[in-house]
Write a protein that binds this ligand. Structure first.
Ligand SMILES: N[C@@H]1[C@@H](O)[C@H](O)[C@@H](COP(=O)(O)O)O[C@@H]1O
Length: 261
């Protein structure tokens, strides 16, 4: 795991955007894994600026989102399908027909999960997955106690996650769905490259557990320790609980150019 500690959320976004730009430069038809939540917004804004400046293009790229609420009507603004369109895909030059997400309104939700796994496998897997992290260490919607080998499936959201996300539903907890479809931890670990972004003190404990804690289903993000190519990009607040923060800063400062992520 590589840990980059930046001075500001803008720098976090810019460094994470660099990883995506580098990938698209070498592989214009890359398959991206997109995350919702507030953490990646800065990356998406930065990437849309780079598209406008013709520095990067998503014309040949495809994308898969991580998760979706169950049962939100098609026109609901918090449906992740809609959110990702608003915050990212409509701002860049990606072909909308190449942006995929699990169908939280399917009549047969289990079949929708299986179809999603098949679609990811069919395209040859995800080249680069962008991830945020929940305050309880969840990735996508893999809540604490999720199987570390799990695949795309139906999950029940914890009270903590519903509380955290109620800010997107006018602070009405009751409006936050109770269930979701989410890529599993095992699905996420198959991405060839993973970029995790976290900012703010509220994420500091989850980041510490993910990077330095024992691997445990109680902190699903800790399973990322098994992945050979993870970059964790943090601001100083999110890094404030890391025991080896000085070491990570040192490693990053003296990173040989051949060792580019
Ligand atoms: N399902 C999403 C996750 O993909 C996201 O990473 C996380 C953190 O969200 P935020 O970035 O808004 O803190 O929680 C949400 O519930």
């Amino acid at each position: 795991m590589e840990v980059a500690i930046e001075g500001s959320p803008q720098q976090v976004a810019s460094l994470a955007a660099d990883a995506i730009e580098n990938l698209l430069t070498s592989r214009p038809d890359a398959v991206l894994g997109l995350a919702t939540g507030s953490s990646p917004i800065g990356i998406y804004d930065e990437l849309s600026r780079r598209v406008a400046a013709e520095r990067v293009s998503f014309k040949g790229a495809s994308a898969f989102t991580l998760d979706e609420y169950v049962g939100l009507p098609a026109n609901h603004p918090q449906r992740y399908r809609t959110v990702i369109e608003q915050v990212f895909t409509r701002k860049v030059d990606i072909d909308p027909s190449r942006v995929h997400g699990p169908d939280g309104n399917a009549a047969d939700l289990e079949a929708a999960c299986a179809a999603y796994e098949k679609a990811i496998r069919g395209i040859g897997g995800i080249d680069l997955q962008i991830l945020g992290i929940g305050t309880d260490g969840h990735i996508a919607f893999n809540e604490p106690s999720s199987s570390l080998g799990s695949r795309t499936r139906i999950k029940t959201l914890t009270q903590q996650t519903r509380l955290d996300n109620s800010r997107f539903f006018g602070d009405h907890l009751d409006a936050v769905p109770t269930h979701c479809l989410t890529q599993g931890v095992g699905t996420i670990l198959e991405a060839r490259q993973i970029v995790v972004v976290a900012t703010g003190r509220a994420k500091a404990e989850a980041v510490h557990q993910a990077v330095e804690g024992p691997v445990s289903a109680m902190w699903p993000a800790s399973a990322l320790q098994f992945h050979p190519r993870v970059l964790v990009v943090l601001d100083s607040a999110a890094a404030s609980r890391l025991q080896l923060a000085d070491y990570y800063r040192d490693v990053w400062r003296h990173k040989p150019t051949w060792q580019a992520f």
